[in-house]
Unconditional design. Structure first.
Length: 135
């Protein structure tokens, strides 16, 4: 294995979270929220680990969120590209830079967020769901 090999058969973390928003599902726009999250709001989500957030686009015009945070003591620069960006479904894909004690490396992340009326949708690891409990 060389230093440029990408291991695609390893899963480091899988998680699933559900949250309830007390608002009509028609007013929930997951993609808009993720792709326009203000830096200060991102930092308030997990102080002191969330350091910075911003948005941009890829060279071909796809929306992108850049996040800087510390996870498990390692500095991460996440380059999330919106693979799917609809009001009730947003999948982001990132080949993130991670600073470890052994130097910089890359990690692939794929959070997948859904919103639904009533019971929350179930998703594979690396995902979150948000449900609205009001019509």
């Amino acid at each position: 294995m060389t230093t440029t090999d990408i291991l695609t058969d390893m899963v480091l973390v899988e998680s699933e979270k559900t949250a309830t928003i007390h608002a009509p599902v028609e007013r929930v726009d997951i993609a808009d929220w993720l792709l326009h999250l203000p830096d200060a709001e991102y930092q308030r989500c997990a102080p002191p680990d969330h350091i910075a957030a911003g948005t941009t686009t890829t060279d071909d015009g796809r929306p992108m969120s850049i996040n800087v945070e510390v996870i498990g003591g390692s500095l991460m620069v996440q380059h999330y590209v919106a693979d799917i960006h609809e009001p009730h479904h947003c999948r982001m894909v990132s080949l993130s830079d991670v600073q470890t004690p052994g130097g910089w490396t890359k990690i692939h992340a794929r959070p997948d967020q859904y919103s639904s009326q009533g019971s929350a949708a179930r998703m594979p690891g690396g995902s979150a769901s948000i449900q609205s409990d009001t019509a």
